[in-house]
Ligand binder design. Sequence first.
Ligand code: SF4
Ligand code: SF4
Length: 385
Amino acid sequence: MLNLPAGEPSHPLAPSLMRHATGRHRTPSRVIFLSLDMVADTMPMSDVQFVKWEPSKLMTARCMKLYKAAGTFDVVAKGDLVAIKLHVGEYGNTTHLNPVFVKEICEAVRQKGGKPFLTDSSTLYPGARHNAYDHYITAMAHGFGDCAPWIPGDGLKGEHGVIVPTKGILKEIEVAGAIAEADAMIVATHVKGHANAGAGGAIKNLGMGCTTPAGKKAQHEAICMEFRVEKCKGCGKCVEACFMHCIRLVEGRMLVDKGKCMSCGFCAAACKNDAIRQGDKDALPRALASAAYGVLSTFGKDKVSYVSFANNITQKCDCMASPGAPVHPDIGVFASDSAVSIDAAAFNIIGEQLTKMNHSDCFLQVKELRSFGYPGDLKPKVIEL
Ligand code: SF4
Ligand code: SF4
């Protein structure tokens, strides 16, 4: 257990705070575990502010009006270290969040007296964001060098985390240490599809994006892959599909290294003989909500806000270097103080399509987080500017 340092201003909900931290390597200097269901009782449902995507108009200026209307930067106090949580895209991806918007968000944080830093966590799988060094190189190559310092959320090799209790399908989750330590956070999200969650929005940016590889593995493992060797015909399609290289053929049957498996389900999609199944496909979106709740519990009340960009909407997520062509016309930009409301606002427009395309209900993660008592509305009032 950690105590607040001497002189820490008392939180308005101080009696309801439980402070908890068990860092795997280094413990953060301050982590707040806030019982969010108590907050829910004190907060009104959150509206969502919105501007249409209109390339004929100056979108950066329109976004500034949007942020003002939504109170995006109200979460920033003078001197705050403010995490700008984003996904820079796998190396070569061209549909990720545009850095020009991130640069302006950082500038606005500085104008409020805050100290913005860009951050994300290491991926579970090998690639161009698997450790802090490669992640930084990718972020710079994708144009994020001119915004604010890049601070890896979970250390050099994804092992700087803090374990916090949470609700739902997971009992605890390992949150990236620098994110847990930040004073405030602006969750800047690109809305797109996702193979196992239907769609990725703010909740995925929190749940998967703000946790260490160990936290990500816990979420993926909730799916419980089923490998039925007796049904295997030895075609080898799953071997080709597995980018973790954990399947090989031995005597004409699959042999899986389950220790390396991240339950992505690509092998199950490739197998036409029903030899591989995702035991509980709904488990991943539920785990995302569970992890997101844990991440949010490390911030004080009114210290996290959300901005979501619904343009370049692809069926697959930005973790793919080639996620395919956009599957929906550009929609616009949303801003809110609730992860539930902002995802619901975007998914109420494109969720049905992405759910069908990915065979996974994207609303599940939203309903699950709301069910924990986290404030927000599944049918939020969307105010167009
Ligand atoms: S794709 Fe299916 S049938 Fe083919 S090797 Fe893999 S498990 Fe066996
Ligand atoms: S689910 Fe299948 S494709 Fe994905 S890592 Fe595990 S074995 Fe490989």
